[in-house]
Design a binder for this molecule. Structure first.
Ligand code: SIN
Ligand code: FE2
Length: 205
């Protein structure tokens, strides 16, 4: 059996197919208002392979000039991010064990050849809230390690409808996506994978 680091919870098939379909519609709506943008790495300006957008009062963005950050506006259109869909707010209430709503929902779109390097989610101020992650569409190979780069990592396959929570001692675990398994899900008409991560950014009040 695969033992995950403390504070890392994998809930396979947590969302029903019907809820996944509703979420895809919600994400399409979000992308219509807040188009996917091309994130670039701080300093080097190298393009990431995922395409991103956000919903919520804050969104996570990155570019060559200003690096990783949260901001209330879309970096290209300059307009506020659309609200976080109710299904996701309910999911947060159900699994986060955190008494305040999330502020940011990062939407990552992976084409079949996209991946994401091992990193920590640490641009937030309040680490007492977990990061709640939802997978939709094609399977991926997800890797999760310890809170330092040196610790070993575990790999697991994430499928559409799976939820992963990084909380408590697992909040700052390194994690990334090594690969997408193309055509493993029929949820997205054009294939690929969507990952949604809900985060609390600031302290409440
Ligand atoms: C992320 O760490 O932002 C994305 C993780 C994932 O795609 O599962
Ligand atoms: Fe992350």
């Amino acid at each position: 059996m695969l033992v995950l680091p403390k504070g890392v919870r994998h809930m396979p098939g947590y969302l029903s197919r019907a809820v996944q379909e509703a979420l895809v519609e919600d994400v399409r709506q979000v992308v219509q208002e807040a188009p996917l943008f091309v994130p670039t790495m701080p300093r080097t300006g190298k393009e990431m392979t995922v395409r991103m957008t956000n919903c919520g009062s804050l969104g996570w963005v990155t570019d060559k000039e200003h690096g990783y950050r949260y901001q209330p506006m879309h970096p290209v259109t300059g307009t506020p991010w659309p609200p976080i869909p109710d299904v996701l707010l309910q999911l947060w209430r159900d699994v986060s064990a955190y008494p305040h709503p999330p502020e940011a929902c990062l939407v990552n779109f992976y084409s079949p050849d996209a991946k994401m390097g091992l990193h920590q989610d640490r641009d937030e101020i309040d680490f007492s809230a977990p990061v709640v992650s939802v997978s939709l569409g094609d399977d991926c190979l997800f890797r999760v390690g310890q809170s330092t780069r040196e610790g070993g990592t575990k790999s697991l396959r994430l499928k559409s409808g799976d939820v992963v929570v990084l909380g408590d001692e697992g909040r700052l675990c390194f994690h990334g996506v090594d690969r997408i398994y193309p055509s493993t899900s029929a949820l997205l008409k054009n294939g690929g994978r969507i990952n949604l991560t809900l985060r609390r950014v600031t302290y409440p009040g």
